[in-house]
Ligand binder design. Structure first.
Ligand SMILES: Nc1ncnc2c1ncn2[C@@H]1O[C@H](COP(=O)(O)OP(=O)(O)OP(=O)(O)O)[C@@H](O)[C@H]1O
Ligand SMILES: [Mg+2]
Ligand SMILES: [Zn+2]
Length: 606
């Protein structure tokens, strides 16, 4: 075959078992195979790795892959080995055996992919030896790590340009999922001697459902969100270590297999819990943001934020860990007044230059605005990354149960007036009580029950008032004053004195807020569902025996297709998504037998 892209497509099927490229892959690979330097910006889980894996296979040459995390390199090497691809890693944690294996494959010219940490590339003339071994190209994964403007700057990445030179100035491919324009320009400048071809693909992940809710009774809200996901794997992100432990305990009491994960646990326990998450079905990881980078578990079915994320970049990365197999995945983000105030305080207290602080503040405001958005969540999210979308998505909470904005100036004035009359010393809860006319102990003591504003908002619940206060806060009409009370800003004054109006989202009734569940068009019929569960337990047994992650045997999506198509011979099995030659040889017969046996048992019992 002299069309390299056609050869790549063929290898995609024979090695990985996938029928076609995903959006963006063909263009990027076309340029890579044509020998161009490339920067590819594609969303999380979109299949960036394939863009350097397939060219290495098709050309039968060595690609050196720089990657920031050891766990990530190991994981990729295991996955590639399971597909029969010669891959290895050299990093500070490599065992002697791993190093020997890497060099054996290098010397024999079999090695296709070598994963390496950036600092390693420059020690002991390794780059020279790799050049002599015939390195064809350099791939830089998570390339945003080179930029201070990205969210995960790693100084070691600054050495890559030098390493590239030592490798003989080979063709270079840089990949990242997060790069705004500034970061992108920075990457180009720092990694490439000449301007590369730049591909920026849409950030949309259409299979991920987006949902936000004001934090009300978080434990109940989270349990309700998890209820339809009993046997699924997922992640619940919390803002503090303590909260991960408490929440993991609550969820365990409610019958979930929930494990806490944060940087304060000892390395051994952390590794065990991560393995459990990767290898078993149905583990809920309750974690701080320390968890997740580089985890390529394709069947994560949900991500929940128990606390509001720090900014939209982090939010997007974190929800992006769900649904990498392309099947529907659920997300829920809880946000509360306290989250917003806490994040603002964290930024104020950080010891960073003023310019940086301003940038962080703007990022936080954007996150708050997304929480309080009034129309399509996905449009708002994509707009943040500079993408315009013509139509609302139809697959987010607001599209499905949309709320219209109404003129909220009268409500806003009541709130602002209550805050002014109490001397800007109190928080959202206290002010809501005054408006609703709830005479608490504190209100009585302060003599606030006799205020003119006391009880002017009896017709609305304290919850509705809190929501309105949060929206004013998000809109910048309120700010946090000294001693934690709410303070009226200039904008707030303009509203209070009738110079400006404001639109607010009415807090819908709880009944209305229940998620509208769309009927899943891919749902399995009862027989297929039973077969799927049967194949899943077979997969679990194999994974346990071989000490590998279940999805490395076959992904969920593959088992679902097997359950639906019920292949009875190798030819039919070969048609199934995710069944390549190597996996067919390793597991084909076991799964075919299981399917046959399952079907004959059913017919004989009918
Ligand atoms: N053409 C394809 N068809 C089906 N599945 C694919 C295809 N290409 C890649 N995949 C699968 O998609 C999943 C995600 O791929 P990958 O890890 O490369 O994502 P990524 O873009 O690097 O994401 P991240 O930014 O999070 O690292 C993997 O399980 C991979 O096997
Ligand atoms: Mg990746
Ligand atoms: Zn939408």
């Amino acid at each position: 075959m002299n069309d390299p892209l056609a050869a790549a497509r063929a290898a995609l099927k024979s090695v990985f078992g996938y029928d076609d490229f995903r959006p963006g892959q063909a263009e990027v690979m076309g340029a890579v195979l044509a020998g161009e330097d490339v920067l590819a910006v594609m969303p999380t889980g979109s299949g960036k790795s394939m863009c350097y894996q397939l060219p290495a296979l098709v050309e039968g040459s060595l690609t050196v892959v720089v990657s920031p995390l050891i766990a990530l390199m190991r994981d990729q090497v295991h996955q590639l080995e399971a597909l029969g691809v010669a891959a290895a890693t050299l990093n500070s944690m490599s065992t002697d055996e791993e190093v020997r294996q890497a060099w054996r494959l290098l010397r024999s010219g079999e090695l296709r992919l070598l994963f390496i940490s950036p600092e390693r590339l420059l020690v002991d003339g390794l780059a020279d030896r790799l050049r002599e071994a015939g390195t064809r190209r350099l791939a830089i994964d998570e390339a945003h790590c080179v930029s201070q403007w990205g969210h995960d700057f790693r100084p070691e990445y600054r050495e890559i340009a030098r390493a590239r030179h030592a490798l003989g100035g080979v063709q270079t491919l840089a990949l990242t999922a997060t790069a705004d324009r500034v970061t992108r320009e920075d990457i180009v400048e720092r990694l490439f001697p000449r301007k590369p071809r730049v591909f920026v693909h849409s950030f949309d992940r259409p299979n991920i459902h987006l949902r936000f809710a004001a934090k009300d009774q978080p434990r109940r809200q989270i349990s309700e969100f998890l209820a339809p996901h009993r046997n699924h794997s997922g992640i619940v992100y919390c803002a503090s270590r303590k909260r991960t432990e408490n929440l993991a305990e609550t969820l365990s009491e409610r019958g979930f297999r929930a494990l806490a994960y944060h940087a304060g646990l000892d390395a051994d326990l952390r590794a065990r819990r991560q393995d459990a998450f990767l290898q078993e079905d149905g583990v809920v990881m309750v974690a701080t943001i320390a968890f997740g980078m580089g985890i390529n578990k394709p069947d994560v079915r949900f991500v929940c934020h128990a606390d509001m994320p720090a900014n939209i970049e982090s939010y997007y990365q974190e929800i992006g860990r769900a649904g990498r197999d392309g099947l529907p995945a659920d997300t829920l983000t809880l946000f509360g007044f306290e989250d917003m105030a806490l994040r603002r305080r964290q930024i104020d207290e950080k010891e960073v230059p003023e310019g940086r602080r301003l940038v962080e503040r703007r990022k936080l405001e954007a996150m708050i605005a997304l929480c309080e958005a009034a129309s399509c969540r996905r449009q708002a999210l994509l707009a943040y990354f500079g993408e315009e979308s013509a139509e609302p998505c139809g697959r987010c909470d607001l599209c499905q149960g949309g709320v219209a904005l109404i003129d909220g100036t009268v409500e806003a004035r009541k709130i602002l007036s209550a805050i002014a009359r109490t001397g800007e010393r109190f928080g959202a809860g206290y002010i809501s009580d005054i408006l609703h006319g709830r005479e608490t102990e504190a209100i009585r003591r302060n003599g606030h029950a006799s205020l003119k504003t006391f009880g002017v908002g009896k017709d609305r619940t304290t919850r509705a008032w809190r929501s309105a206060i949060r929206q004013l806060f998000a809109a910048g009409a309120l700010a946090e004053g000294e001693a934690g009370g709410l303070r009226i800003t200039e904008k707030g004054e303009a509203i209070l004195f009738g110079r400006q109006t404001i639109a607010l989202r009415p807090e819908p009734d709880r009944a209305e807020r229940r998620c509208v569940r769309v009927e899943d068009p891919d749902a399995l019929d009862p027989v297929a569902e039973a077969l799927f569960q049967h194949l899943r337990s077979l997969r679990a047994a194999i994974a346990r025996e071989e000490g590998m992650a279940a999805y490395m045997v076959f992904a969920d999506r593959t088992l679902i297709e097997m359950a639906r198509l019920k292949p009875l011979d190798r030819y039919a099995l070969r048609m199934v998504h995710g069944v390549g030659e190597r996996k067919l040889a390793a597991y084909g017969d076991v799964f075919l037998n299981a399917i046959k046996e399952f079907l004959s048992r059913r017919t004989s019992s009918e």
